[in-house]
Design a protein around this ligand. Structure first.
Ligand code: KG4
Ligand code: ZN
Length: 412
């Protein structure tokens, strides 16, 4: 079983090709998932000029990188072959492609010049992010998936990006085979709790049973990654701001504190919602008020900001974990790469909830990539679709995926 996965929801163009034994959806925890290819182009340096992601620029860059990345992924997976004669499309196929790319003539042109020259590769299915994300960016991935599906005669399936962040945290590395990374996928013990923290989302999600997602709380304003990026900008740091804040915070002089502590917004509220806009504004006031913003003071601000975010995320997660008596806590999304958040969650959960397992994504899998989309695709029971729509505000729905546990139960 081989799956090609496409991710274009924000500013990373990610393509992965994964291989596993067994049929789609029937993947067991012992099954090995071999990463035949995992390629990525990040647009971060381009968006850095603007201090954030511009949808039209993201779309343009995805369109530019898409076909070369697919060719690169097929080549890495050793699935790239050139036929004796290039493929000639019939009128019906031409019409199908023209319809798919009717708003993106340059992508159609690019598709035809690169992909008609190769043989149909041994791929069984194509998974693509359908949301949430920036719609112009999502469409590039979706249209490419639809065109490849039509050209290669393989089914396509939509994947929720947030479910990808959850699943990628459940991967355990195994010994590599022929230089290719290999993972197995853990099956959580339910109920489980996921804290999803990315550039666009901050959500506490209860997973009562596999594939069932219940959003317990979310941010009322800025997402936590967005707050990292904006505060970084105030401190004169580059985009994406998360890793920059983290590096700066580590240089904060020990034993010193700011004259005034930053707030810990909503830390004592009885719900599971978050709010980071006020924290961001508090940093802005502080930056304006302090006449001489020395590197030490900047580092102290970065550290207190990171501490504030960590404390709030942790307090809410612990409260939800206790209330719903969860067996596992899963951290996912770009901000889960943060070293401070990872280590604080690790030590506090071990101390306060000793029976609870914490799943953290491999740091290289925290931020967006194609692999996380492929993993969700592999656990699906062949739920493919003819056409896929971009859904910028797609939510984690109840019963999104049949889980491994359910699938195993069914099989007895
Ligand atoms: O999941 P992701 O790659 O994209 C979205 O789906 O939004 O998350 C990107 C976010 C950015 O806001 C970035 O600043 C943040 O993740 N991020 C971090 C770190 N690495 C990435 N935030 C804090 N600490 C980090 N080490
Ligand atoms: Zn993401």
């Amino acid at each position: 079983m081989r799956i090609l996965a496409i991710e274009t929801s924000c500013d990373e163009t990610g393509i992965a090709i994964l291989e596993t034994t067994g049929a789609l959806g029937a993947i067991s925890p012992r099954a090995q998932i071999k990463v035949l290819a995992d390629v990525l182009v990040s647009q971060a340096s381009i968006h850095a000029e603007y201090g954030g992601v511009f949808p039209a620029v993201a779309r343009r860059e995805h369109a530019k990188n898409m076909m070369p990345l697919i060719i690169q992924a097929l080549s890495e997976a050793d699935l790239l072959r050139t036929p004796k004669n290039p493929r000639i499309l019939g009128p019906k196929e031409k019409e199908t492609l023209a319809t798919i790319f009717h708003k993106e003539p340059e992508l159609l042109e690019h598709f035809q010049t690169t992909l008609l020259g190769i043989s149909v590769p041994a791929i069984d299915t194509i998974a693509v992010t359908s949301g949430p994300g920036l719609e112009p960016a999502l469409w590039v991935g979706i249209n490419t998936a639809q065109a490849l599906g039509a050209l290669w005669g393989v089914p396509i399936m939509p994947v929720n990006h947030m479910e990808g962040h959850i699943m990628s945290s459940l991967l355990t590395p195994k010994p590599a085979q022929n230089g290719k990374k290999v993972f197995s996928l853990s099956v959580p013990h339910y109920p489980a709790l996921a804290l999803l923290i990315s550039g666009g989302h901050t959500e506490l999600v209860l997973i009562p049973r596999g594939g069932n997602y219940e959003i317990l709380g979310q941010t009322r304003d800025d997402a936590v990654g967005e707050a990292f990026d904006k505060v970084a900008r105030m401190l004169g740091l580059a985009y994406p701001g998360g890793p920059e804040i983290s590096k700066l915070a580590e240089t904060a002089p020990r034993g010193q504190t700011l004259p005034e502590k930053l707030p810990r917004p909503m830390i004592n509220s009885k719900d599971f919602d978050f709010s980071f806009a006020g924290l961001k504004t508090a940093v802005l006031y502080m930056v304006k008020k302090i006449p001489n913003l020395t590197p030490e003071i900047k580092a102290l601000i970065a550290k207190d900001f990171e501490d504030s975010v960590t404390e709030v995320l942790l307090a809410k997660t612990l409260a939800a974990a206790k209330k719903y008596k969860v067996h596992e806590i899963i951290l996912g999304g770009g901000v889960s790469a943060n070293a401070k958040i990872r280590s604080t969650f690790h030590t506090t959960i071990a101390r306060e909830l000793p029976g609870v397992t914490l799943f953290l994504p491999d740091r290289t899998l925290s931020t967006d990539n194609g692999l996380m989309i492929g993993i969700v695709g592999l656990t699906r029971s062949a739920r493919t679709q003819k056409t896929i729509l971009a859904e910028g505000h797609l939510r984690l729905a109840k019963s999104a995926t049949k889980t491994l546990a359910e699938l195993r139960k069914k099989k007895g």
